[in-house]
Design a protein around this ligand. Structure first.
Ligand code: SF4
Length: 377
């Protein structure tokens, strides 16, 4: 994996002093901008309905952190206008304009996610923007917290008091070693694993039960067992996991790395669903010596029913008032031309057939069971 010490030195991106910045402006997911009629485009699958608007703070210098996989990381070498995040364009709009569109354009969005960057001003700016949307729209609001900015519980209370009913903490890497490698000292980043978990636990004391989540990105070098251990750790705190599949952004430290194998991702999705939604414990699962799931500890017929329901493979994200995922992030993990990893809608019969095939791909089998090995992707 190419990390900083292996990279050639490249001149930093020039900073344009006229760049619009938060708190007046924010980046908006392309899907959100299309749904609000601010960008042209439509979704490749007609059943896609965007139900969550994702916005992100924006600053001339990008994020001051330097996470190896991130499109807005400090040392990413692309011109501002070519900046992407999770591989799609995030156009910049005035907050007031977004609020106006939210209130005038017909749409089905039920939730807003306000994402911070690791810049010092990002916390007060997020609080200000959350309050503005809370006072002027009827969207439910999540705060996507950069934990390194949080030093005291009162800062979480300020996010709640501004109008957020939920928060997510993007822990992203599943183990302390991977967290350090991708987000900590080796990439000259400010983030520390223990602090992110401390903030997660503090958040459970400020927000109502069941309203705190973490993000984990599959494909940063973890095994399935390691990823599901992180899911279980969060679940034991009453915290759900929203799962992402790593998707390489050009010109980042991880820009030339592949996505995780689809079999790895499907088994992580299924394990996450069983732990978060059906209350199974990781102790029910059995793993091989590669850390891959061998058995989820369920009767095969029950397993079949769960897989055929498609639910484990739908996007896990913050919900609407009825508990259905509102933050469904269509094409957040891959291009429309690729097989869908997180379904923003209920998978159809053809999707389910794909999922059934994919579930045991890239699998080494039971230890010593060479015949079960599959390397298809
Ligand atoms: S803190 Fe978040 S936004 Fe900043 S570089 Fe890391 S992942 Fe990207």
């Amino acid at each position: 994996m190419a990390l900083r010490h292996e990279l050639p030195m490249i001149e930093p991106r020039p900073i344009d002093p006229d760049t619009p910045e938060s708190p007046e402006y924010v980046m908006t997911s392309l899907a959100g901008a299309i749904t609000l009629g601010m960008e042209k485009g439509k979704f490749a699958r007609s059943e896609t309905v965007l139900r969550g608007l994702n916005i992100l703070m924006t600053y001339q210098e990008n994020c001051v952190a330097n996470c190896s996989y991130c499109g807005v990381s400090r040392e990413r070498r692309v011109p501002r206008e070519e900046t992407t995040f999770i591989r799609v364009k995030w156009p910049i709009y005035q907050v007031d304009e977004l609020i106006e569109k939210t209130n005038t354009v017909p749409h089905q969005m039920r939730r807003l996610c306000v994402g911070m960057l690791a810049n010092r001003q990002s916390l007060p700016h997020s609080v200000e923007i959350i309050k503005k949307f809370h006072d002027n729209t009827n969207l439910l609001i999540s705060g996507l917290i950069t934990a390194s900015l949080i030093k005291r519980r009162e800062q979480l209370e300020a996010i709640r008091d501004a109008g957020a009913d939920r928060v997510d903490i993007a822990i992203d890497a599943a183990t302390p070693e991977l967290f350090e490698k991708h987000r900590g000292r080796p990439v000259k980043g400010p983030h520390r694993w223990d602090h992110f978990w401390w903030v997660t636990e503090e958040a459970t004391k400020v927000f109502a039960p069941g309203t705190v989540g973490i993000h984990i990105v599959a494909g940063l070098g973890e095994t399935e067992e390691e990823l599901l251990m992180a899911v279980q750790r969060a679940q034991d705190l009453g915290v759900v996991t929203h799962l992402f599949s790593f998707n390489p952004e050009p010109s980042t430290l991880m820009g030339d790395q592949p996505q995780p194998p689809i079999g790895h991702y499907r088994r992580c999705q299924l394990g996450r669903y069983l732990i978060n939604d059906l209350g199974l414990h990781i102790h029910h699962f059995r793993f091989n010596s590669h850390g891959q799931v061998v058995d989820f500890g369920l009767d095969p017929e029950v397993m079949d029913r769960i897989v055929v329901s498609g639910r484990p493979f739908e996007t896990a994200g913050c919900p609407d008032e009825r508990g259905e995922t509102a933050c469904n992030r269509p094409y957040g993990n891959g291009r429309p031309s690729e097989k869908i990893r997180n379904f923003a809608f209920a998978p159809g019969p053809e999707d389910i057939r794909d999922i059934q095939e994919q579930l045991w791909m890239n699998w080494e089998g039971e230890d010593g069971d060479a015949a079960a090995t599959s390397t298809m992707d």
